[in-house]
Design a protein around this ligand. Structure first.
Ligand code: XLS
Ligand code: NI
Ligand code: NI
Length: 434
């Protein structure tokens, strides 16, 4: 049985008027010697593609999912796997990501939930080997169930903490079983609603201890992919501990976790943090810690995580400039953590949505590569810091300078003559390529 009313989506080029074709994403086309698909490493998000019924706080789900009987049965969960792989096959997406509770139901007790997971993981494994699709990362849902109302690894209740540990242990083992390339921790409810009832120090110490247990368990079971932390500032907690990339890096450094973790940066989380995506990616990449990307976008008029599909060429270009500058993604990829609008309720809308995101990133990749090969942008930035290449600047960078040296230089050289930052000229330069 097929549920998506189309054949495998083909590249037809920018001239095509066929909505069910790629205009720019041409998987095997080489950009700077590497195929587009290897640059972009697109992933499908199981929770959005298979489990998001498009409900919102004001109304019921609208998504038409004729394959789903709405039950919590393992059979239903297994049936979804076939549909998901039909979706992956038709879009040509070769990676995917899941939460434990997306792929399998949470049942009455932990051992029943574990058994359900095992059954679905066996099915996923079979489909992976049949198709060559790979698991980009797995994660555990530590935020939906009421037991996690006060957090999971930052819950004030040790028995909740233990339950969360058991859940992550299992999710990690399932990730390993599926040869997953990474494992993600998004903060979920790790934060607080009010400091009146919160011991922040104990909560953060507990969270770090939890991550260290994850690292130890990974070693024990031979899982060697990186762990990712996915920063997000608000939603669901008033304050989330992992609020942005800088906060996460500080936490990882403080608790000696830098060697085992990287960051998974999501566009809409960056903007909710009051940053640009470019900023969050750059902060991560400069620390050697950019691991993976949740590709979506927000709505400038709406202050929550709207998880829209990324279609902005300018934004995709900025993302790909950072990715190319750091030498490309290795274990990570571009995971479409994005959902359709509530009005786009038909299965085929999932295909349209992903075509849009893939084409946007294909263009972003081509444009970013052209900007880099042109070289003017990088040359401008290099020259802007040219005064640090010799003389007093070089001495500052090599740590040879004291305040006395700076004072001597300032007395001898008088008032500095400033160069222009040329922001507008550079914005024009970028637009030359878009
Ligand atoms: C929520 C997050 C979530 C993570 C995985 O806002 O984006 O979907 O990616 O737990
Ligand atoms: Ni995400
Ligand atoms: Ni999100």
């Amino acid at each position: 049985m097929q549920y998506f009313d189309c054949d495998k989506i083909q590249f037809e080029g920018p001239g095509s008027k066929n909505a069910l074709s790629f205009k720019h994403y041409n998987p095997e086309e080489l950009i700077d010697g590497k195929s587009m698909k290897d640059h972009l490493r697109f992933a499908g998000a199981y929770w959005h593609v298979m489990r998001n019924d498009l409900s919102d706080p004001f109304g019921a789900g609208t998504a038409n999912m004729p394959w789903d009987d709405g039950s919590d049965s393992v059979d239903n969960a297994i049936k979804r796997v076939d549909v998901f792989f039909e979706f992956l096959e038709k879009t040509g997406i070769e990676y995917y990501c899941w939460h434990d509770r997306d792929i399998a139901p949470e049942l009455n007790d932990l051992s029943a939930s574990h058994a359900a997971l095992d059954a679905v993981v066996a099915k996923l494994k079979e489909k992976q080997s049949e198709t060559g699709v790979k698991l980009l990362w797995g994660t555990a849902c530590l935020f939906s169930h009421p037991r996690y109302a006060h957090g999971a690894a930052t819950s004030p209740d040790a028995s909740v903490y233990a339950y969360a540990g058991a859940q992550v242990k299992k999710a990690l083992e399932c990730t390993k079983e599926l040869d997953g390339l990474g494992y993600t921790f998004w903060g979920g409810r790790e934060g607080y609603a009010t400091l009146l009832n919160t011991n922040m120090k104990r909560e953060l110490d507990h969270l770090a201890a939890f991550f260290h247990m994850a690292v130890d368990h990974a070693k024990k079971i031979g899982f060697d992919g990186p762990f990712y932390i996915e920063p997000k500032p608000r939603e669901p907690s008033t304050h989330q501990y992992d609020s942005d990339a800088a906060a996460c890096l500080n936490f990882l450094r403080q608790y000696d976790l830098m060697d085992h973790f990287k960051l998974n940066i999501e566009t809409n989380h960056a903007t909710l943090a009051g940053h640009t995506m470019e900023h969050e990616l750059t902060v991560s990449a400069e620390a050697g810690m950019l691991g993976s990307i949740d590709a979506n976008r927000g709505d400038t008029l709406v202050g929550w995580d709207t998880d829209q599909f990324p279609t902005d060429i300018y934004l995709a270009t900025q993302v790909m400039l950072v990715v190319l500058d750091m030498g490309g993604l290795t274990t990570g990829g571009l995971n479409f953590d994005a959902k359709r609008r509530r009005e786009s309720h038909e299965p085929i809308d999932l295909i349209h949505a992903h075509i849009g995101g893939m084409d946007a990133f294909a263009r972003g990749l081509k444009i970013a590569s052209a900007i880099r090969n042109d070289g003017r942008l990088a040359k401008f930035v290099d020259e802007r810091y040219g005064s640090f290449n010799s003389g007093i600047g070089a001495d500052i960078e090599s740590g040879k300078c004291s305040f006395e040296d700076l004072e001597k230089f300032a007395f001898a050289n008088g008032e500095p003559t400033l160069a222009s930052g040329r922001q507008e000229m550079l914005e024009n330069l970028i637009n030359e390529f878009i």
